[in-house]
Structures are given as C-alpha cells and as structure tokens.
Design a binder for this molecule. Structure first.
Ligand code: HEC
Length: 115
C-alpha cells in the first residue's frame, strides 16, 4: 500500500516538473512557428540573416557580442514598434508572444554565452 502511495507521489512530482518546464518555454506559444512564419524570411533559419535580411541591415543573432550588447527590453521595443527596416510586430503578436520571441532569439547565441 505504501509503495502505491509513493508511486503516486513520484508521478505527481514529475507531472508538476514537466508542467513547469513547458511553462518556461512560454506555455502554448509556438515561438518556432511564429519565427518561421514572420521572422525567418529576414533573420534566417540560423539567426544570421538571409540575403534579403542582410540587405536591410539585420543583426547577426548568433554573434555573442551582439547578444551581450542587446538587452531584452531593447528587443521587445524593436519587435513591438519596429526600427528602421525592421517591421513592427506589435499589432500581430501579443506581449507574451513578443517575450517568447526574445527568448527564442537568445537560443541563437553561441553556446558558452547562452542565457
Ligand atoms: C522585412 C524583414 C524583417 C522581418 C520580417 C523581421 N525583421 Fe527583425 N529586423 C530586421 C532588420 C532590418 C533589423 C535591423 C534594424 C536596425 O537596427 O536597423 C531587425 C532587427 C531585429 C532585432 C534587433 C533589435 C535591436 O533593437 O537591435 C530583433 C530582436 C528582431 N529584429 C526580431 C524580429 C522578430 C522576432 C521578427 C518576427 C516576429 C522579425 N524580427 C521580423 C528585419 C526584419
């Protein structure tokens, strides 16, 4: 009987942990889909920028120095309101989705500089 109880507690624990993990990845927000649909054409699959993007002046998201020099707040402002050739996304994405995109952009940082 005790073993069953223990098993249940363990099961409960893991389901809670799993829930939290998916939560840190911004819950139900499919940031990958958003990126592929709305950002990739300029920023590229690897974050370095496509030919079109480079022509418009996109930064290289995989550059550690760029990552260090750019704050989350700055990214949120740029994604929401746009900046020069970067089209504003505030009317297309919710504030939660924009925050998720900032997290996604951090994934492009070189491994040792990952946030
Ligand atoms: C039409 C091409 C285009 C698309 C689409 C686009 N961007 Fe950009 N993005 C740019 C350009 C150009 C810049 C550089 C702006 C500058 O500093 O002159 C930029 C800059 C940025 C920056 C750097 C912000 C900063 O303050 O330095 C972030 C972050 C960013 N884009 C995120 C996104 C996200 C997220 C999406 C999709 C939701 C997206 N972009 C879609 C062209 C694009």
């Amino acid at each position: 009987m005790n073993k069953v109880l223990y098993g249940l507690v363990v099961l409960l624990f893991f389901s809670v942990v799993q829930f939290n993990v998916s939560d840190t990845f911004a819950g139900k927000i499919d940031y990958k889909k958003i990126y592929n649909n709305q950002c990739r054409k300029c920023h590229g699959k690897d974050g370095k920028g496509t030919k079109r993007g480079k022509g418009l002046g996109v930064p290289n998201f995989s550059d550690g120095e760029w990552q260090d020099a750019t704050t989350d707040k700055q990214m949120i402002t740029t994604i929401t309101n746009g900046k020069k050739k970067m089209p504003k996304q505030g009317h297309k994405l919710s504030p939660e989705e924009i925050k998720a995109m900032v997290k996604y952009i951090r994934f492009f940082a070189p491994k040792k500089k990952r946030y």
